[in-house]
Design a protein around this ligand. Sequence first.
Ligand SMILES: Cc1cc2nc3c(=O)[nH]c(=O)nc-3n(C[C@H](O)[C@H](O)[C@H](O)COP(=O)(O)OP(=O)(O)OC[C@H]3O[C@@H](n4cnc5c(N)ncnc54)[C@H](O)[C@@H]3O)c2cc1C
Length: 382
Amino acid sequence: MSRTTYQSSWMNEELQLFRKTVRQFVQDEFVPHQALWREQHGPDPDAWTTSGKAGLLLPDVPEEYGGGGGTFAHETVVIEELAKAGVSFGSGVQSIVGHYILAFGTEEQKREWLPKMCSGELVAAIAMTEPGAGSDLAGVKTSARREGDEYIINGSKTFITNGRRANLVCVAVKTNPAAAGFHGMSLIVVETKRVSGYSTGSAFDKVGMNGLDTCEMFFSDVRVPVANLLGSEGKGFSQMVQQLPYERLSIGVSAVAMSEQAVAITAKYVKERIAFGKPLLDFQNTRFKLAECKTEVQIGRVFLDHCIERFIASQLDAVTAAMAKYWLTECQCRVVDVCVQLHGGYGYMAEYPIARMWTDSRVQRIYGGTNEIMKEMIGYSL
Ligand SMILES: Cc1cc2nc3c(=O)[nH]c(=O)nc-3n(C[C@H](O)[C@H](O)[C@H](O)COP(=O)(O)OP(=O)(O)OC[C@H]3O[C@@H](n4cnc5c(N)ncnc54)[C@H](O)[C@@H]3O)c2cc1C
């Protein structure tokens, strides 16, 4: 019986070449510095400009704004190559913010910010979560009061990726604090180097993904021009809902890429590791466990590719994106956990890639909207 190799429908020759370039760049420029990035809780500052030059930042933003001119398939390639190499780098967040600007920005805002984000001169963060408002975003307390041609922002945010390095922060605020629930919410861009009253906390010491810089942000009478409002005042929540599929699909992409890598390295390990005089793969339990993982990951890959195709065709709905985020990250955690078990004690040693995959994968079920919130969204559609 001949075996066919599965090919993602969105993959083509040009993307293969792009993948080769990205893989080489990640291996040469990022992989050797991972221990340092984890120790300092964030990438080296020049990682942003070098990756910008190499075309890793905003590859799916039109060329007229400095981007790669590609589609979400290009962004997928970047996310996959980072995940497979075990590199935590906030380029995904850069893309998320880039797409908020692309979707809701004025022509002037796009021309001002996007080229600098593509080059890595501007590093972006998206600040929604607050100490008292995570899943329940309606509880956002950070306010923006209008005074003449300025908004005055007060409040704090937490768990913000790229936080300390970011010099462009898209902040979810209440422009009308009296409005109930999701009403009165807006998105305002803060160029952190151009304002006073803005500060960040030190980097959080996380159990995984320590190469990512995650911190708190504080806004104390931060004045920004009204021209920094993104989209319409009071429409922030519906703008976020509109953009969330991009973020959720990106998380799904990294989940599948890491799961595929976990199965590949574990298959290699169990062929080499000897117990009771034979390779671990010769035990039926090893084969069955890895067979289950390989099958689940393949099912995930096919569903993910379906979502990517639909996204590229502007047809991915929020519920299907929630399904992808929920199921693919649960699958990732199941698979990686089995792979750790098959590595025995070595699977618990930080120097082994599978151990880092285990600590890095756990948060995927929490951020980007928890998996419980994803199930709520799917549930509402029944
Ligand atoms: C490493 C990391 C990076 C992050 N990056 C960012 C970022 O860049 N920007 C940003 O804005 N945020 C970011 N976050 C925040 C993240 O999105 C939130 O942590 C997440 O949305 C959950 O909010 P919470 O932590 O307040 O948990 P809570 O909302 O307090 O939830 C706690 C538990 O209760 C459950 N729960 C809550 N409500 C319901 C409900 N209605 N039904 C059932 N269960 C429910 C949750 O699912 C969860 O299990 C990041 C978080 C981490 C850990």
